[in-house]
Design a protein around this ligand. Structure first.
Ligand code: F6P
Length: 327
């Protein structure tokens, strides 16, 4: 056990994700449990540079467990990409006698954390918070399950119109360069096709699939498009398809930032709580430069540089069943 950890700072960085508040709460309350002071940093790395610090006690995180967004606010900091910005952040950490840093965010935030912890002598632990689920070292990232639930709720509603009007809808979901949300939404939403960055597909193959579905008397169809698709965005794909097929009507819906908002699901609340506790306990045990995650229900600490560099493949079986069930 490392007895030197008396004061830690916590921040959220990058795109917000449902469950980030639950993770902050867990860090603060675990800190209190172990008599460690917790400082909340406002606005991510920018707040670290501008010294936007405030003490968080157990009561200051009351009633945030169920709220989406991040009450510490977030930013994608350009200044933290510079050596000068990171030096200023380190000086602020030193002047406040902060012993360690907890960063809740996605791969951009962890790239910053990785560089910072190699340049400066301060223990850093990452908690994976992103709807994209694109980090190695954990089965799920905080926010992914909630984003999928939101996407599926929207898809169910779109299906009502699709079937009433016998239309084909192209529905674009987020995920940056990864297709996790798309595949999950395709399975849960009963999609007729799913297009993800991880699997090459041609417009011709897609058209053939839609034609076969129409021949099989499928009167409506939903195609889920991951935003990082190599075929382009949902509008572009829809236009190409409509050019070659005129016997069904096509519409496009981009779900966008809807997927980032709203109350976290039960799974995300539990995940965020477990990871928040494990982050503080990891720091107490002397861990640093790692991201805490859960793989097969076991807590795992993965070097931050591996969490961002290692490929996180889609689950093959999920992709396969999305295709099987789409007929
Ligand atoms: O990383 C989360 C995410 O929502 C991605 O899915 C998406 O590509 C991106 O952030 C959008 O970023 P912004 O909110 O800055 O437009």
């Amino acid at each position: 056990m490392n007895k030197d950890i008396r004061k830690i700072a916590v921040l959220t960085s990058g795109g917000d994700a449902p469950g980030m508040n639950a993770a902050i709460r867990a860090v603060v309350r675990t800190g209190r449990f172990y008599e460690i002071e917790v400082i909340g940093v406002q606005l991510g790395y920018d707040g670290l540079i501008d010294k936007q610090f405030r003490v968080l006690d157990a009561r200051s995180v009351a009633n945030i467990l169920s709220r989406g967004g991040t009450f510490l606010k977030s930013a994608r900091s350009d200044r933290f990409r510079t050596q000068e910005g990171r030096k200023q952040a380190f000086e602020n950490i030193q002047s406040e006698q902060i012993d360690a840093l907890v960063v809740i965010g996605g791969d951009g935030s962890f790239t910053g954390a990785d560089i910072f912890s190699r340049e400066h002598d301060v223990p850093v632990i990452g908690i994976p918070g992103t709807i994209d689920n694109d980090l190695a070292g954990t089965d799920f990232t905080i926010g992914f399950d909630s984003a999928c639930n939101t996407a599926v709720e929207a898809i169910d509603k779109i299906r009502d119109t699709a079937s009433s009007h016998q239309r084909v809808f192209f529905i674009e979901v987020m995920g940056r360069d990864a297709g996790f949300i798309a595949v999950n939404a395709a399975i849960s939403g009963g999609a007729g096709a799913v297009i993800v960055p991880e699997h090459e597909w041609t417009i011709e193959q897609l058209i053939e699939k839609l034609q076969v579905a129409a021949q099989n008397k499928k009167s409506s169809n939903l195609v889920i498009v991951a935003e990082g698709s190599h075929l382009g965005n949902a509008f572009k794909i829809a236009k190409k398809v409509q050019k070659q097929i005129d016997y069904f009507d096509i519409r496009v819906t981009v779900l966008g930032h809807l997927q980032r908002g709203g109350a976290p699901s039960n799974l995300d609340r539990v995940l965020a709580s477990r990871l928040g506790v494990a982050a503080v306990e990891g720091l107490k045990e002397g861990k640093s430069k790692v991201m805490v995650g859960i793989i097969n229900q076991q807590l795992v600490y993965t070097p931050i540089h591996e969490a961002i560099k290692l490929e996180k493949p889609l689950i093959d079986e999920e992709f396969r069943i999305a295709r099987i069930l789409s007929t």
